[in-house]
Design a protein around this ligand. Structure first.
Ligand code: RUB
Length: 308
């Protein structure tokens, strides 16, 4: 797929999920570098910067996209000459994609220890990292009742049902508004992350914060499965995370809306750190209060100060 095609597919959500958009963006930049036939480093650089801009403009909320794109450019500059520049970009993209894939498996193995035989597990939306935890527990022979929220309006819950059924788990779908009703019987909630802020707040699919609140009230552990590239260096400098709003037609058909009525469709929300029991990353299970440290240690200063 071309770089333009990747950006369009991320925007339309044909490619979706915070980790997947980051991997596919890194891969698109890798292809762009490989396809460049010339020997002019400045021309290659300009082309890559244009591609970077296009990808970053596709969806605003998940910092994984920004981190993935920055990772491709790490240590690269037009001064290194076109061949070295191309090799650097390609190798950076390969490393990012490999590590991102490995992280999901590590998170699964670590997180599964928090699930006990017989547990009722609730998940929201469709997070590969969260599902890795549940699927690993299933592989270890733990019997679970797994509940997936529908995740209106896009209904990612149906993807979750498919992913779980594929490995032999028989999941149950609930509508989003049934989450608090079910919570009294739930043993653990596991969700993914689009962004984790430096203060430990979680940005994830709309409705996550309501589920976290219900879990907190019912004293049910609320776990977040998140690769370290979901942590946001940008928030260290006080930047607020932009919450994407999508077209109202994702919520209702335009002909269903009476004249004078409006539809609001924010697709992510913020969960305060006090409702999060632990964040399962590929470098360990950490409290939300460790977010600042994760950003500094895992994403590095060079990364943090790259602000464009
Ligand atoms: C997806 C979503 C997921 C996170 C984490 O939203 O909120 O929970 O992206 O997913 P959307 P993963 O469908 O709007 O992209 O663990 O797969 O990165």
């Amino acid at each position: 797929m071309s770089l333009e095609g990747t950006a369009v597919s991320i925007k339309s959500m044909e490619i979706r999920g915070a980790a997947e958009i980051a991997r596919r963006a890194a891969d698109a930049l890798r292809q762009e570098a490989l396809e460049y036939q010339g020997h002019d480093a400045k021309e290659l650089w300009a082309r890559m910067q244009r591609g970077k801009g296009m990808l970053l403009a596709s969806r605003p909320t998940a910092v994984s996209l920004w981190n993935g794109v920055q990772a491709v450019f790490k240590g690269a500059s037009p001064e290194m000459g076109s061949d070295v520049l191309r090799r650097t970009l390609v190798s950076n993209a390969d490393t990012f994609i490999k590590r991102a894939n490995e992280a999901v498996d590590i998170i699964g193995r670590m997180g599964s220890k928090r699930i006990r035989d017989g547990d009722w597990v609730l998940t929201h939306c469709n997070s590969k990292a969260a599902l890795s935890v549940i699927i690993q527990a299933h592989k270890e022979g733990k019997k679970m009742e797994v509940f997936a929220t529908e995740s209106r309006p896009w209904r990612q819950g149906l993807l979750t049902l498919r992913d779980l059924a594929f490995v032999g788990i028989e999941p149950t779908l609930i509508v989003d508004s049934a989450a608090r009703w079910l919570m009294k019987d739930v043993d653990v909630v596991v969700v993914g992350a689009d962004t984790i802020c430096s203060n430990g707040a979680l940005i994830n699919k709309i409705g996550t914060s309501q589920i976290a609140l219900a879990a907190h009230e019912a004293r049910v552990p609320f776990l977040v499965a998140a690769e370290t590239f979901k942590f946001s260096p940008k928030t260290m400098y006080g930047e607020l995370v932009e919450i994407e709003e999508r077209d109202s037609s994702e919520v209702v058909r335009p002909d269903e809306v009476p004249a004078g009525a409006k539809i609001l469709n924010p697709v992510f929300d913020a969960t305060p750190p006090e409702y999060i029991d632990a964040i399962i990353t590929e470098v360990g299970l950490v409290p939300p209060s460790a977010a600042y440290e994760i950003i500094v240690k895992e994403l590095g200063h060079e990364f943090i100060f790259e602000r464009n």
